[in-house]
Write a protein that binds this ligand. Structure first.
Ligand SMILES: [Zn+2]
Length: 295
């Protein structure tokens, strides 16, 4: 298991699945050399055959006082999801083994309402979908819910309706302060109400991307659109704003779908980032470098 420390807050990655994908399966590009142009922190970000690894994981944010979970993966026994259908993974047991049994989670943040981020919101017990985290407030942005509430999507219904029936959902603004140094930040484009999650403690900062990127090449080339991006123009604008906000700031960027090392820093070529600046072959662009392990 992978973990990072931000001040006194600890963030754990809890892996559900990893799948190898080709570029055109995820990104709207016919540039087959796109990934080969840049150096990556691990082979899984760009293999010789043009594929890369898409990770599906949840992130525990443990502030000491609060136990939050950002995104809940695909979940088990989902019959109609586009991929990872009818999974039978030990994700929930892995979470408990890490010290976080489901009833200990007080907050679940859904960055957006796609199936691979809300699956474990519920689980199947005796043929019925029931809340997995019965003591947690589940945060969904109002904009996101209004966009999807009338959707006939069976998985959306199975993952959200039991929570709504149990009174466990808070519909919030897209700049909502969760508390204890954790807040939401609007990241529209992939979906209208998507948020990133900002974590601050002891003068340090991390940000969980949501699906504003599926691969870090999109930080360097923000116009490379994700296939699932609902609004391509807005998604690119959100990526540019994100890079402007966080490049060369020491902010640990944790990708929702990045394989290990999953987290890194955004450094502008020739910027204050030091190593990997000038001479790395990326003219004026920003690149994603693995966290240097200072934590
Ligand atoms: Zn996703």
């Amino acid at each position: 298991m992978t973990a990072w420390r931000i001040g006194t807050t600890v963030i754990h990655k809890v892996l559900e699945a990893e799948i190898a994908v080709s570029l055109p399966e995820v990104l709207r590009t016919d540039d087959s050399a796109l990934l080969a142009r840049y150096p990556w922190p691990a082979p899984d970000f760009g293999r010789a055959d043009g594929t890369f690894v898409l990770s599906v994981h949840g992130l525990v944010v443990d502030t000491g006082a609060r136990r939050m979970l950002v995104d809940t993966c695909v979940g088990n026994a989902r019959p109609s999801v586009p991929f990872l259908r009818m999974l039978d993974s030990a994700w929930l047991e892995d979470l408990a083994d890490l010290g976080y049994p489901p009833e200990s989670i007080d907050t679940v943040v859904c960055t957006h309402l796609h199936f691979d981020h809300i699956g474990w919101n519920t689980r199947l017990v005796d043929g019925k979908w029931v809340p997995t985290f019965p003591r947690a407030r589940h945060l969904v942005t109002r904009v996101e819910w209004d966009h999807r509430a009338d959707d006939a999507d069976a998985d959306l219904h199975d993952t959200m309706q039991p929570l709504i029936d149990a009174g466990l959902v808070d519909f919030v603004g897209n700049d909502h302060r969760v508390g204890d140094g954790v807040r939401l930040e609007a990241a529209p484009g992939h979906t209208p109400g998507q948020v990133a999650v900002v974590i601050e403690s002891g003068g340090e900062r991390a940000v969980i991307t949501g699906d504003l990127v599926h691969h870090p090449v999109q930080f360097t080339e923000p116009d490379v659109v994700g296939l699932a991006d609902a609004d391509a123009v807005q998604a690119a604008a959100t990526r540019r704003a994100f890079v402007d906000r966080y490049a060369d700031t020491g902010t640990l960027v944790i990708g929702t779908h990045f394989p290990a090392p999953t987290a890194g820093l955004l450094r502008r070529a020739g910027g204050a980032g030091g190593a990997g600046g000038a001479g790395d072959g990326v003219d004026g662009g920003v690149r994603f470098v693995a966290d240097d392990g200072r934590r």
